[in-house]
Design a protein around this ligand. Structure first.
Ligand SMILES: [Zn+2]
Ligand SMILES: [Zn+2]
Length: 245
């Protein structure tokens, strides 16, 4: 039994991502079955092979704000396209979404052996349209976490601890995730612990990530999605109080 209890999942994919298997309705039902108060639907933006087009994100307002007891955030997992931090949706669309994740994916931004991604992460920190940095634990995109983590915190970015990514096949991801979490604790930078579910059954699946946080004594008050109200306050503050119904 964990001391940390998560109330929201801020990273989930539907069938529209092209390699995920649930409808929006099924993903929300998955959240309700896990007893969550809030889910963010964050399909991959267009540069991910097989994913949906920009117009999909422009029409997310068709999804009700609340379904049963679950609050729904309309989001995206945007792809970082280049070393300057360009994203694959226009700013006018990113501005309208509740929750913008920016992630590096090796099938969109091909890793350069021996390169450092510190400047790229520092550029993402400066982008006011980004809410959360997705799964920064990839060993193929190394960066100076001692510089990047405080910069993310200073710019009100949430750092993701991603169950699917950090506790999958590779040990290096796990080690990086642990090191990044420890730095977040040291610098007082907020994190979100998410499933990155690609099917309804995996919504809210975060047990390994939570176990690791408890092991290192990570402070609960720095976990954004330990409270749905905390998430909503963050979203409202990022959107200058404007969050459409
Ligand atoms: Zn991703
Ligand atoms: Zn994802």
């Amino acid at each position: 039994m964990f001391l940390i209890s998560l109330r929201a999942d801020l990273h989930t994919h539907t069938i529209s991502s092209g390699h995920a298997y649930g409808s929006v309705k099924e993903m929300i039902e998955g959240a309700a079955e896990k007893g969550l108060d809030l889910i963010a639907i964050t399909d991959h933006a267009p540069a991910m092979p097989g994913s949906c087009q920009a117009i999909y994100f422009s029409n997310l307002g068709s999804i009700p704000r609340r379904v049963g007891g679950v609050t729904v955030l309309r989001g995206v997992e945007a792809n970082v396209l280049d070393r300057r931090g360009a994203l694959d949706l226009p700013d006018r669309l990113l501005r309208r979404l509740d929750w913008v994740i920016a992630s590096l994916h090796d099938n969109v931004l091909f890793p350069e052996p021996g390169a450092s991604y510190t400047d790229l992460y520092l550029a993402l920190a400066e982008n006011p349209l980004i809410d959360m940095i997705g799964h920064p634990d990839s060993p193929e995109f190394p960066f100076d976490a001692e510089r990047v983590i405080p910069a993310l915190g200073a710019n009100n970015k949430i750092v993701e601890l991603n169950e699917h990514h950090a506790f999958g096949l590779r040990r290096e991801n796990r080690e990086n995730a642990r090191r990044i979490a420890a730095l977040c604790a040291r610098w007082g930078v907020s994190i979100a612990v998410n499933s990155d579910a690609h099917s309804p059954w995996n919504v809210g699946r975060t047990a390994s990530a939570v176990a690791m946080l408890e092991e290192i004594g990570f402070p609960e008050e720095l976990i954004l999605n330990a409270s749905a109200e905390r998430v909503l306050q963050h979203v409202r503050s990022r959107k200058n109080g404007e969050m459409c119904e």
